[in-house]
Write a protein that binds this ligand. Sequence first.
Ligand SMILES: [Zn+2]
Length: 317
Amino acid sequence: MSERSNADPLTEIAPGLMRCDTGYLRSGHTACYLLFNGGHAAIIDTGVGASIPGILDALARLDIARDAVDWVIPSHVHLDHAGGAGALMQALPNARLGIHPSGAEHMADPSRLEAGVRALYGDEFFDREYAPLTPVARERMATLDDGETVFVGQRPLEVLHTPGHAWHHLSLYDVDSAVLIAGDAFGASYPGYIQERSLFLVPVVPPPQFNPEAYRATLARIIALAPRRVAPAHFPAIDQVETAASLLEEMLDAAIEWTWQAASAADLNQRLLDGWCRWLPPDATREQLERDFGLDIWLTSEGLWLWRSKQERKAAR
Ligand SMILES: [Zn+2]
């Protein structure tokens, strides 16, 4: 289970669709996707500011000119997905930023987003991993509605609003390859945990917008779409889509139960680490869970704890 992704950051997911490792935190952690057709290209998710030289390098290796990139589309504004968007847009003269309507303001003026992320992760983490954030000019943005189709050359990319992880989350369905580029709508996993006979991934539901009904509805919508593969931002592509969705749902149901039993967010974090071990493949340990998924599980304990306090406030009204 200690397998690391190979050194090459580029992996083919389908013809004309490449995964590019953004290098955020460690290799095999956070991906973006490059889609190309007929001399045009789109980049889905951007990683952080430090990811941009690697993405530009990947374009050069694929022989895609910078002015051939028509679209940069973050799945949502969380900084592991959109932190590099402003810097990337500066390098791509013809690109438009495609974004969920509720995410656009944060891309134009990232100050509120920055304050929220600093409050959650602390200044040291923010300054090390995310600073500085570059705003995107409003005139270069296009808001993307649910059901809309974006074209990359002749290749259609369908926009699906996929709330749950965040309200302003979208995923993109590449019709030609039947791959859903899911962002964070379909859990997170890491190299070695997605195998033909064993599958382990976790639902990640960070503050402040987790909504369990929306999360479940999004999973059901993805199943109904019946993609051949799901390509999540964190990290290996998933071919066993229905099995993975059931797993996410079971693990989320259990997590919500523990949320009501927990005494604090820290206690919930321990309960998630203990409880989700049940779903680990037989050769994996709790230590590996903590090492590989620790940040996701911490984020999820914070997200669930905030959700619980909102429910309690609502009930007290
Ligand atoms: Zn993420």
